[in-house]
Write a protein that binds this ligand. Structure first.
Ligand SMILES: [Zn+2]
Ligand SMILES: [Zn+2]
Length: 258
């Protein structure tokens, strides 16, 4: 199983997750042209993608979904609340997600997880193949008990470290936007992300990817410091998914038996 990021942050997101025969995109916040360019950088053709899973309707996650799905005739999975035909237009193959029910896309398993975020019906996804689990978790204002439970056992985790609370407080955002970003239905700060790690089975976690880092209100080093403190003697690999460069492919071997 492998995953890579086309880019991560408030200007556009897209994560590729695949095994030997199925490849899915989680969100697509880039224009058609930009998506094709970023896929090529990862050695992928748009024709290799089998489906798009959408987490919520914010532009940095859906901007490219409908054009890409129409051009390449792809199924799009999203919750009923996320789909707004007036904004997205017609999709060639719309698949409604019940965010309390796991489903399959080709040979990949998909577990949606509802999250608290200021969108209509947001969910994040854990994607699995033969017992290997990759969790994508961004765009949530706080960690719910259900999120904590569902993400406890992942082999790779792309985790939002959106902002540093002091940088947000002292930064350039207007008051209302600060309240939104830092609020219960906004985005995870570095300390909240670090706190989630306390309930994760760290021996199983091989890769942690710091994701959705704010360019205005955070620095990757601050996020790294916060999660490193929580990780203690963890022996996995820490990465950062960037807005421009994304993240190159990371391969996960099959999990140890038992
Ligand atoms: Zn976002
Ligand atoms: Zn969002």
């Amino acid at each position: 199983m492998q995953f890579a990021s086309l880019g991560s942050g408030s200007k556009g997101n897209g994560t590729l997750v695949q095994n030997n025969d199925t490849s899915v995109l989680v969100d697509l916040g880039f224009t058609l042209k930009e998506t094709e360019r970023r896929l090529k950088r990862l050695g992928k053709s748009p024709h290799d993608v089998n489906a798009i899973l959408v987490t919520h309707e914010h532009a940095d996650h859906v901007h490219g979904v409908a054009p890409f799905a129409r051009k390449y005739r792809l199924p799009v999975y999203l919750t009923p609340g996320t789909y707004n035909p007036d904004k997205m237009g017609q999709l060639p193959d719309l698949r409604k997600v019940n965010c309390h029910r796991p489903f399959r896309v080709g040979s990949l398993g998909v577990e949606p997880v509802p999250v608290p975020h200021d969108a209509r019906e947001p969910c994040q996804y854990i994607i699995s193949s033969e017992g290997t689990r990759v969790g994508v978790l961004t765009d949530l204002g706080h960690i719910t008990p259900f999120v904590r439970q569902q993400y406890a056992n992942c082999h790779a985790l792309l985790l939002e470290c959106n902002h540093d609370t002091e940088m947000l407080e002292n930064g350039p955002y207007p008051y209302q936007l600060k309240q939104r970003v830092g609020g219960n239905h906004g985005h995870l700060n570095n300390e909240q992300a670090a706190d989630l790690l306390k309930s994760i089975e760290l021996p199983k976690l091989k890769h942690l990817v710091i994701s959705h880092v704010s360019e205005q209100n955070n620095q990757p080093q601050l996020a790294e410091q916060a999660v490193t403190r929580a990780l203690g003697t963890w022996r996995g690999e820490l990465h950062v998914a960037r807005q421009e460069q994304g993240l190159d492919w990371i391969s996960l071997s099959a999990p140890d038996p038992g």
